[in-house]
Design a protein around this ligand. Structure first.
Ligand code: PMP
Length: 460
């Protein structure tokens, strides 16, 4: 609480403005606008401090798969807190929650994986993957094979290295990024980057050819790995064109380049399969995941590595000693226990089966909005999707200035009791996986109202 005599008001909003530096927020606008305070959650709903009810159409930040108030996760956390509230796994120490979770993840992996490294966030998982790749190539005596391929509009995190991988200007500008040895290739967005009349397959072929040209220009012996989200999330929900990953992977294999699947959003049922890799046909050497791993209830992430990578790291460690990487909270026992219980719930309630049963309703309501006067493209798969708002549907001309239409619809959706996320002028939806078909219809009814209300403002 605010000290007596302070000029800061006592409300949460004024104390927020006084003390909190917000992530991913327009800091200047926040000084006048202030925060929206969320007080509690229940199922797929959250409630603000005025008691207003919102459908959380983004599952917080793409993570609250089981919705709010899942008592079994509360119980799992409480039980573990009492037994061993915290402990590390450095220097040969270990504990059962970490061991159990690693074993479970290896059993669930989409391709044979050997070991699991734990971290606390998606960014840390991807940062770890970069370090493992460099360590691996040093172990193999290829110190020059270190460059990492990413893609325009990719999102892989915000640490110095992972923000560099991220292919969005806002994450680079004024942060002096990207760092060296990170290369951005083409974004596989057919609607924006396909040529006129080009089929998805032809587009995928061209992207693979462009990737090969990029690799040859850089020198194949200098390129270690490529990172890719199965479905790009924060870059605007981009579903790759048919045959894309088969063609991309053939090129990577040819030049001995590893593939990292960033499953931070797609993992755990989001796309209608347990892993996004299965949906798009990726066979990664490294897989990173977070978010829905614990239904977002506690911070935890994981990096799974193939046996070849693990063996090379062991060899290097035999030569140089300790593998010098790890977080205080790697495999935090409470987070691990909650993640394990989350995975048990996914299995018991057949969460993938549920996603498959409700996804047709979600996708058909989403795709029907392609006919709306403001929508240029409606895209998605499983329980993830986006609407790209355009000034002119026929010419696909974006709104000017960019972002205004997205922000407007975002605000109108909120007025109508729906939280979505505007990424520029694309409106994303990624609801809790437990959403029912009736709730899907409510979600789209609210979104349609918001879009309709935006028409006179944007076209008027
Ligand atoms: N990778 C992907 C695909 C993501 O969507 C995100 C976060 N939205 C991250 C990595 C980074 O995760 P975190 O914010 O937990 O660091």
């Amino acid at each position: 609480m605010t000290a007596p005599g302070s000029t800061v008001g006592n409300s949460a909003a004024s104390r927020d403005k006084a003390f909190v530096l917000h992530p991913y927020t327009n800091l200047h606008a926040h000084e006048t606008q202030g925060p929206m305070i969320i007080e509690r959650g229940e199922g797929i709903h959250v409630f603000d401090d005025g008691g207003k009810d919102y459908i959380e159409g983004m599952a917080s930040l793409w993570c609250v798969s089981l919705g709010w108030g899942e008592e079994r996760l509360v119980q799992a956390a409480t039980k573990q807190m009492r037994q061993l509230s915290t402990y590390h796994i450095f220097g040969h120490k270990s504990h059962e929650p970490g061991i159990d979770l690693a074993e479970k993840l290896i059993g669930l992996a989409p391709v044979p994986m050997s070991k699991v490294f734990f971290a606390n966030s998606g960014s840390e998982a991807n940062d770890t993957a970069i370090k493992l790749i460099w360590y691996y190539n040093n172990a193999l005596g290829r110190p020059e094979k270190k460059k990492i391929l990413s893609r325009q509009r990719a999102y892989h995190g915000v640490t110095v290295a992972t923000a560099s991988l991220t292919g969005l200007p806002n994450n680079h500008r004024d942060f002096d990024l990207p760092i060296a040895r990170i290369i951005h290739g083409d974004c596989p967005h057919h609607y924006r980057n396909g040529l006129e009349g080009e089929s998805e397959e032809a587009f995928a072929t061209r992207l693979a050819e462009q990737l090969e040209a990029l690799i040859l220009a850089e020198g194949p012996d200098t390129i270690a790995a490529m990172f890719a989200e199965p479905i790009m999330g924060a870059g605007g929900v981009v579903v790759p064109p048919a045959t894309y990953f088969a063609k991309i992977q053939a090129v990577l294999k040819k030049y001995d380049i590893l593939l990292v699947a960033d499953e931070v959003i797609c993992g755990f049922g989001r796309t209608g399969n347990f892993w996004g890799s299965q949906t798009v046909g990726m066979q990664p050497d490294i897989l990173t995941c977070a978010k829905q791993l614990s239904s977002g209830y506690l911070p935890i992430s994981a990096v799974m590595v193939s046996d070849a990578i693990y063996r090379a790291c062991v060899d290097e460690s035999r030569k140089i000693g300790t593998f010098g990487h790890g977080y205080t909270y790697s495999a935090h026992p409470v987070a691990a226990a909650v993640a394990l219980e989350t995975l048990n719930i996914y299995e018991e309630r057949d969460i993938v089966g549920h996603v498959r049963s409700v996804a047709p309703a979600f996708q058909s309501r989403l795709k029907a909005l392609a006919d709306h006067p403001l929508v240029g493209e409606a895209r998605g798969i499983g329980l993830i999707g986006a609407l790209e708002l355009v000034a002119d549907k026929a010419t696909r001309t974006p709104f000017d200035p960019p972002g205004r239409a997205g922000a407007l619809v975002n605000g109108l959706a909120q007025d109508n009791g729906l939280i979505v996320r505007a990424m520029g002028d694309s409106i994303a939806l990624c609801p809790p996986l437990v959403i029912s078909e009736a709730e899907i219809h409510q979600t789209f009814d609210r979104l349609t109202k918001a879009l309709d209300a935006a028409v006179p403002v944007l076209r008027g």
